[in-house]
Design a protein around this ligand. Structure first.
Ligand code: CDP
Ligand code: MG
Length: 139
């Protein structure tokens, strides 16, 4: 069981495709409360730092290029067991493998342009949320 807070981003593909509204609606309808919300834009340097754990992997340069290619929406979400439940709601990293009804199945374009990010641990939710929200410790 994870804690009550997770961190998400609506990625540049989903913003470009006008899916901010539908994705936030799904988030609310699945029991998550939006605690903080910000539309912003990664520089390449900030995207490299955010995804630093993946530095050196074959997809890293493409991921950084993509994540800094347009606006994103960052959010802090609250729900019991938030990390695990949100990973279920977004679906597999590869949208072709994502279950029916998941956010990535419905809205992703490709493996890299896969509509949303979801934190994978309590610790990473805090680390990632702190990139965008100074008040992260309060949540
Ligand atoms: O986002 P998630 O935690 O599901 O996957 P990850 O393994 O932490 O990878 C981070 C992001 O890198 C993914 O969401 C994809 O956008 C991208 N990625 C990719 O483009 N190609 C891969 N083979 C793996 C990940
Ligand atoms: Mg991940």
């Amino acid at each position: 069981m994870s804690g009550n807070i997770t961190f998400t981003m609506i990625k540049p593909d989903a913003v470009r495709n006008n899916f901010i509204g539908p994705i936030l609606k799904m988030i609310n309808e699945n029991g998550f409360r939006i605690k903080a919300l910000k539309m912003t834009h990664f520089t390449k340097e900030r995207a490299e730092a955010f995804y630093g754990v993946h530095a050196g992997k074959f997809f890293f340069d493409g991921l950084v290029e993509f994540m800094s290619s347009g606006p994103i929406v960052a959010a802090i979400l609250e729900k019991e067991n938030a990390i695990e439940d949100y990973r279920i709601l977004i679906g597999n990293t590869n949208p072709e493998k994502a279950d029916e009804g998941t956010i990535r199945k419905l809205y992703a374009e490709s493996f890299t342009a896969n509509a949303v990010h979801g934190a994978d641990s309590d610790e990473n939710a805090i680390r990632e949320g702190s990139f965008f929200f100074a008040e992260m410790e309060q949540f």
